[in-house]
Ligand binder design. Structure first.
Ligand SMILES: C[C@H](CCC(=O)NCCS(=O)(=O)O)[C@H]1CC[C@H]2[C@@H]3CC[C@@H]4C[C@H](O)CC[C@]4(C)[C@H]3C[C@H](O)[C@]12C
Length: 323
């Protein structure tokens, strides 16, 4: 399970929880402008926007899970098993494999509108990275500082949804989550006003009762609702510290603690949480065992370089002893 989110104060922020039962050994990865992006069917793009994000590097290729480019356009891939359907080569379309999708869009587009133009010609090609690394069933959120969309390649073709909520999780398809949200329209940040019946008087006995009914379970549908409520009601100062604190609290509202969700291989847990200041190109993260926020600033690297820059995650608690 995963959850992605956007947030805006003075700056714009984009990030996600990566929930899974094992880690591939991903690192914070910067792709500079002159690293040649080679596409399976679309040739080479020798010069492009620089990217920062979380990636698993294989054969000197950045397999991005989520990333932001130097123009502030961001994208995250989330699990979409059973619904993701990738296509054979289509001679009429730009054929891009799912693992090339983030480089293709973020390498060339500055805004969601520009991404929409690319998407109109796009087909997600059913071709593995290697036999050992087959395609993952994913769907994606793409955001700039003004809007978000969701891209789903399903049996029926490529679907693009506007995402007015700024949140994304996993299955089922995105339209379900928007409809499901309506079931929770009675929930409020304010004290509830009883509409139960005019024959009985109710007085709230404590705070937070306006949000009774907000789901707290770990399912994808419930995480969508919980994160949407938290994000849409979020209130914070404009400073970097207040903004990223609030962002990590939004993600924490749907984080997964080891032990609560069993899988075939172990337990699903929040491997990392990320928050990118998309205006400044700073990628912040925490890991399951490192609650200290660590940051990597793309502009401190040579963005005109040719080689990937990779920062291994700092894991394990960084405890500040006060005495
Ligand atoms: C597992 C993660 C999704 C977590 C999630 O949503 N868990 C919910 C489970 S559930 O839905 O609740 O059951 C996803 C998110 C991004 C993915 C990588 C994207 C690049 C690359 C693409 C290649 O093609 C295959 C390997 C590759 C490294 C991918 C591995 C893996 O697939 C990653 C990490």
């Amino acid at each position: 399970m995963c959850t992605a989110a956007t947030y805006k104060t003075k700056n714009h922020y984009f990030g996600r929880n990566l929930d899974y039962d094992f880690s591939y050994g991903e690192t914070v990865t910067i792709t500079p402008r002159n690293y040649p992006f080679r596409f399976r069917r679309m040739g080479e793009i020798p010069v492009h926007y620089a990217l920062i994000g979380m990636a698993f590097i294989q054969q000197d290729y950045p397999l991005y899970y989520d990333a932001t480019n130097e123009m502030g356009l961001s994208m995250a891939g989330l699990n979409f098993p059973g619904n993701a359907d990738y296509k054979p080569e289509d001679p009429e379309k730009d054929n891009i494999t799912p693992f090339e999708f983030i480089p293709w869009i973020l390498g060339q587009c500055a805004t969601v509108d520009e991404a929409r133009e690319k998407l109109a010609r796009l087909s997600l090609l059913n071709e593995n990275f290697t036999p050992q690394l087959p395609l993952s069933p994913l769907h994606w959120m793409i955001s700039d500082r003004n809007e978000s969309i969701v891209v789903e390649s399903v049996k029926d073709g490529l679907k693009i949804y506007d995402n007015p909520v700024g949140i994304m999780t996993n299955n089922p398809t995105f339209d379900f989550h928007l409809t499901n949200l309506v079931n929770y329209m009675g929930i409020s940040r304010e004290d509830p006003k009883s509409r139960f019946s005019d024959q009985i008087q109710f007085v709230p006995y404590g705070r937070g009762m306006g949000s009774i009914g907000l789901p707290g379970d770990l399912s994808s549908a419930s995480r969508f609702v919980k994160a949407a409520f938290t994000r849409l009601n979020s209130f914070s100062g404009e400073s970097e510290s207040e903004s990223i604190s609030q962002f990590f609290h939004i993600l924490a509202s749907v984080a997964q603690q080891k032990g609560c969700c069993q899988t075939a291989q172990g337990f699903e847990y929040t491997i990392y949480s990320s928050c990118c200041n998309t205006d400044k190109g700073i990628y912040y993260y925490t890991t399951y065992e490192n609650s200290q926020i660590t940051g990597v600033d793309m502009h401190r690297e040579d963005l005109d370089g040719r080689n990937l820059v990779s920062y291994p995650l700092i894991e394990g608690q960084q405890i500040l002893m006060q005495n």
